[in-house]
Design a protein around this ligand. Structure first.
Ligand SMILES: [Ca+2]
Ligand SMILES: [Ca+2]
Length: 185
């Protein structure tokens, strides 16, 4: 159950081509620190155009017309979550042009892709119990070619109960009480 909206960048459907957008479902362009906090549009494209392999049909390039950053904010119950994404370097692009960062509630990870084949990155993150923000930011040489990102996913870890799983709460709570009873007995 991916809690993110449009984590696979399937919307808008660019029909085998690509485009740049001032907003897309789930994601909002935000200031990119590497280009003086300018807000640049989001680029959505068909993966094969970029010479990358191992992705879904569509990806984002974090260097649209220049380096760009995009954010998605999500309200979550407090708990732990698995954040994952796929990344690669656009084929034929120098490595110093394809670096990027991922930020979750202000925690920052920096990436230096070296291959045009998708690599999957997975990290356990903490949900703040209210509004959480994920940012993807292009950080390399700003030249309209760079880091390719796909299939961004946020999934609750088994100890974290969200959304549909809440329907099971009455059963879960009674089970918990039984455990507590047996522990104190
Ligand atoms: Ca571009
Ligand atoms: Ca670049």
């Amino acid at each position: 159950m991916n809690l993110l909206v449009n984590g696979d960048f399937s919307q808008p459907d660019v029909g085998g081509w690509w485009g740049t957008f001032d907003s897309i479902p789930g994601w909002t362009p935000v200031p990119d620190a590497s280009v003086g906090n300018v807000v640049n549009p989001i680029e959505i494209g068909t993966a094969t155009i970029y010479g990358v392999t191992g992705f879904g049909t569509q990806i984002t390039e974090l260097d649209s017309i220049a380096n760009d950053a995009m954010a998605q904010s999500i309200t979550l119950p407090a708990g732990t979550y698995t954040l994952s994404l796929q990344y690669a370097l656009r084929a034929g692009v120098a490595q110093d042009s394809g670096t990027f960062s991922v930020q979750w509630n202000g925690i920052d990870w920096d990436f230096h892709p070296t291959s045009s084949t998708a690599t999957t990155w997975t990290e356990t993150v903490t949900g703040a119990g209210n509004l959480n923000t994920l940012v993807l930011e292009g950080t390399g040489l700003s030249d309209s070619y760079g880091a390719i990102i796909g299939n961004v996913s946020l999934v609750p870890e088994p100890t974290t109960v969200v959304a549909g799983a809440m329907l099971l709460l009455p059963f879960g709570m009674s089970t918990l009480r039984m455990f507590r009873k047996s522990r104190t007995a």
